[in-house]
Ligand binder design. Structure first.
Ligand SMILES: [Zn+2]
Ligand SMILES: [Zn+2]
Length: 887
């Protein structure tokens, strides 16, 4: 038998058991067609580096669910993975190379990708290690990377299917262009920031005759791409101008004045410049009005050859130059300060340019319709429910999804162009020759797909789709998708759309959204603020179980979590308390071994001692409540319930009371102590896997062989509530006994009675008197009350002695003063305190009578003195009452 250490050493215990679980293959489920599996596909962390606390929260919540279901006997799969994270990874590697003085363009595509792979392989190892440290019980044999051969085939197949159905098209649309990343971005990848800029009023001279039309714009440089000026047909101010022409200053291009009902009469002057290549509304208008589209920017946001004398200038330098030129020519009417939202690249914070570009898009409406239906009809449930509305709202206003990215890192678009006949070939397999002219000169589209395209296939591609695999048949649709609410649209929505499209079935039954992890004060964690908490460091200092406890206890779905030292310490304290409590049971078992029958007997027979019946009843109620909370996805609440039972009822009361009986010849409390400790460890295992395994194995060693069957707590059954043990009568009596002990303890504390001192107590009760009497030893010991008399109420004697009386729910307690304190010493103490208080009261009264003080001192100071006086007068009154009680 191994010696049980005095204190819990998390570092040593965690490694040992994680390795054991891995070696035993417990994380890999057995496929059993007769059983319904429980499945979670892990949201794959980006291969961009370290895991943050948000990942630790994801891993903990998923591990809680997975361990719980596994212990309930369901074939449980938690499939881990990592995301290649296209743009995010590319930007990081670019920055890393830039620090070494290397530019990706001089390096070339192939060499650059080699650098990315090098980074990715290191990063993947570190992510796996960190997950293992967190205790994640995922099936590493099924681990996937979004760029693995399987997912690559899934992406190509999905693309080809959508293309053949007409749901993927290539077209010219206004997209968000990042001049630094030099790629298109989807709307979701753009951050809108409120910026105070200017609204410039520019004058365009009329082509024939005098006068000009004034237009207002925040981006004067775009005038170079103007192909019309538009006014609203209802606007009487411009009625005579429609059909006339203006000359664009400096470059001299002549453009028409047109009317279009989309023009907002209240913006600027009412006449607006139309730049189809660089504005979504203008682009649409250009289609209706057959206006030319003139593109004025190079990919890096310098001006292109269309900019005439401004060609080659950076967009912002160009803006200044244009304003100067207009000013000189008397064509800048005025400048107004103007605040508006400006899009920035989510990855590099560069100001994006809306511009027309030939890109690949997913026609989203038909996919969104099906995905909306699945949620409206309840096939997919979103927790917390309030996010359902957010989801549906977004689905209603969704736009076609731009999926091509001008990046190098990611899934290449499966499209080839014939260099001979220009034929476009869309194919899952690389074609050898042109399907039209048979030529072998084919060039693949150089773009890659938006990362969220492959992420959208994750639930089915990770299980083997497009192949008809056993995993896909058995584990799909999955049970729960657990992730942060911040990626509801990026990811959840797209998985629902793509899952339904590819497989005809929903990807998961339940979406569980957790909140953001903030710091102790509720601030967002960020490197800038310096309040980032590293999960690995926290596990090193406090232990993994403590971190898991801190992250999840008392939290509820969708709400943000404040995490700080304080919570981590609470987690560690719980681990230590658990260690000490179970260690006490282990030590007792070493001294007084029990046989297995004594334990199994508890499952069928009700023990005699009241406190045994009480704790078993309370424990079974707890199990019921925990099941309810877990089924309701209230894991934080379940954890709180277990914590409160363990710390309060079990440690504070049951263990303390049981110590009285321990070692006596009467009925031993050890079977019940062991029974509850063992089941409590199982109940707590999903939340704190390491310490529970270590203690459980120690229990197993100290019980006769075969008493605890399974080789590990993680494959032992989760406790089920046993209705038979619910004992309202025992609960009522014990509630009273606890209330009595508590009241006596509180009174002792109030009157500063020395902890070792025995005090006399009389208890009067009605129908519970006989039952309470049986607990007299517990009351005596735990309240240090001796002599103790317990009588029926009608036998209450009024001896006329000075005493304190307390009325409780089921009983009355009388504590004679003489028993509690040394009367003379107490009298002296009170008199001395009364004296000090009287002096202070007098001083304050004197001060407040002083008119000079009252008139000169600030009112707040005077008010403070008044409340001080009030407090002293109150205290004096109470001290005097106490003194009369004594004499
Ligand atoms: Zn960027
Ligand atoms: Zn061809």
């Amino acid at each position: 038998m191994s010696e049980i250490a005095k204190a819990y050493d998390s570092g040593q215990v965690e490694q040992k058991w994680y390795r054991f679980w891995m070696e035993q293959g417990y994380f890999t489920p057995q496929i059993d067609p007769d059983k319904k599996p429980f499945v979670i596909i892990m949201p794959p962390p980006n291969v961009t580096g370290e895991l943050h606390v948000g990942h630790a929260l994801t891993a903990t919540l998923e591990d809680i669910m997975v361990r719980w279901h596994r212990m309930k006997g369901e074939p449980t799969l938690w499939l881990p993975g990592v995301d290649h994270a296209g743009i995010a990874t590319q930007v990081i590697v670019e920055q890393k190379l830039a620090r070494e003085g290397i530019d990706r363009h001089t390096l070339g595509r192939e060499k650059f990708i080699e650098h990315v792979w090098e980074w990715v392989n290191k990063s993947r190892q570190s992510i796996t290690y960190q997950h293992q440290k967190l205790g994640a019980s995922c099936d590493w044999t099924r681990e996937r990377f979004t760029l693995d051969e399987g997912p690559v085939r899934a992406v190509r197949t999905a693309f080809v299917r959508l293309y053949n159905k007409g749901l993927i098209y290539r077209g010219e649309r206004i997209i968000n262009w990042c001049p630094r990343c030099q790629t298109a971005l989807s709307d979701l990848e753009v951050q809108h920031k409120d910026i105070t800029g200017n609204l410039y009023y520019l004058r365009y001279p009329l082509a024939d005759g005098d006068g000009f039309v004034t237009v207002a714009t925040t981006r004067p440089e775009t005038y170079l791409g103007d192909t019309a000026v538009a006014v609203n047909p209802k606007d009487k101010r411009f009625k005579d101008l429609i059909g006339k022409k203006v000359i664009l200053p400096v470059i001299g291009r002549i453009i028409p004045i047109i009317s279009d009902s989309a023009v907002d009469l209240t913006f600027g002057t009412g006449a607006v410049k139309i730049t189809p290549a660089h504005d979504p509304v203008d682009f649409e208008m250009s289609g209706r009005q057959s206006l030319p589209v003139i593109h004025i920017l190079n990919p890096d946001a310098t001006m292109n050859e269309q900019a005439g004398p401004y060609a080659g200038l950076d967009r912002f330098t160009c803006r200044q130059k244009i304003l100067e030129d207009f000013e000189k020519a008397g064509l800048l009417e005025k400048t107004e300060s103007h605040s508006h939202a400006v899009g920035h690249c989510d990855r590099c914070q560069t100001m994006i340019e809306p511009e027309v570009s030939k890109q690949w898009f997913v026609k989203i409406a038909p996919l969104a319709e099906v995905a909306t239906k699945a949620v409206v009809e309840g096939q997919i449930k979103i927790i917390p429910e309030r996010f359902t509305k957010v989801y549906l709202n977004w689905m209603e206003n969704i736009h076609d999804w731009c999926i091509s990215r001008q990046l190098w890192w990611g899934h290449r678009i499966p499209v080839w162009y014939c260099q001979e006949c220009n034929e476009l070939i869309v194919s899952a397999e690389e074609p050898a020759t042109c399907t039209h002219c048979n030529a072998a000169k084919l060039v693949q589209d150089s773009d890659v797909l938006d990362t969220w395209f492959s992420a959208g296939l994750w639930t089915h591609s990770a299980l083997g789709w497009p192949d008809d695999t056993e995993d896909l048949r058995y584990f799909y649709p999955t049970s729960v998708m657990e992730t942060g609410y911040d990626i509801l649209f990026f990811w959840i929505a797209r998985m629902i759309m793509m899952g339904l499209e590819d497989t005809g079935d929903i990807p998961f039954h339940t979406v569980y959204l957790h909140g953001l992890v903030r710091d102790e004060k509720g601030d967002k964690m960020s490197k800038m603020r310096g309040n980032v908490m590293s999960p690995v460091e926290s596990t090193d200092v406090y232990g993994t179980d403590a971190l898991r406890f801190a992250l999840t206890t008392g939290t509820s779905p969708g709400n943000d979590i404040n995490l700080g030292q304080h919570k981590l310490e609470a987690g560690r304290n719980l681990a230590n308390k658990l260690w000490n409590a179970v260690r006490f049971v282990l030590k007792s078992l070493e001294a007084l071994p029990i046989d297995g029958q004594e334990l199994t007997k508890l499952e069928t027979e009700r023990p005699e001692p009241l406190e045994d019946r009480w704790i078993l009843s309370r424990f079974n109620r707890l199990i019921g409540e925990v099941h309810e909370s877990m089924a309701d996805f209230q894991f934080g609440e379940a954890e709180r319930q277990i914590h409160d039972f363990f710390w309060g009822e079990f440690c504070d009361w049951y263990i303390e009371i049981s110590k009285i009986r321990l070692g006596r010849s009467t009925i031993s409390p050890l079977p019940v102590l062991t029974f509850i400790s063992e089941a409590l460890l199982r109940l707590l295992h999903p939340f704190m896997p390491f310490i529970t395994e270590e203690l459980w194995q120690n229990l197993k060693e100290r019980l006769p062989e075969g008493t605890l069957g399974p080789a590990s707590i993680m494959i032992a059954p989760y406790p089920a509530a046993d209705e038979k043990t619910i004992d309202p009568e025992a609960e009522q009596v014990m509630d009273s006994v606890i209330e009595i002990i508590r009241s006596i303890r509180n009174t002792r504390a109030e009157h500063k009675v020395a902890p070792a001192r025995w005090i006399e107590a009389q208890i009067y009760a009605d129908k519970l008197a006989p039952a309470i009497m049986l607990q007299s030893e517990a009351i005596e010991t735990l309240a240090r009350a001796r002599p103790l008399t317990i009588l029926n109420r009608d036998r209450r004697q009024t001896k006329g002695e000075k005493a304190l009386a307390m009325v409780l729910k089921e009983a009355e307690i009388v504590l004679p003063w003489a028993g509690m304190v040394d009367l003379n010493a107490e009298k002296q103490r009170l008199e001395k305190e009364i004296d000090t208080n009287q002096k202070e009261t007098a001083r304050l009264k004197e001060r407040l009578k002083d008119t000079a003080f009252i008139s000169k001192a600030p009112p707040a100071v005077v008010e403070k003195e008044r409340s001080k006086l009030q407090a002293h007068e109150d205290k004096l009154l109470r001290l005097r009452q106490e003194l009369t009680q004594l004499s």
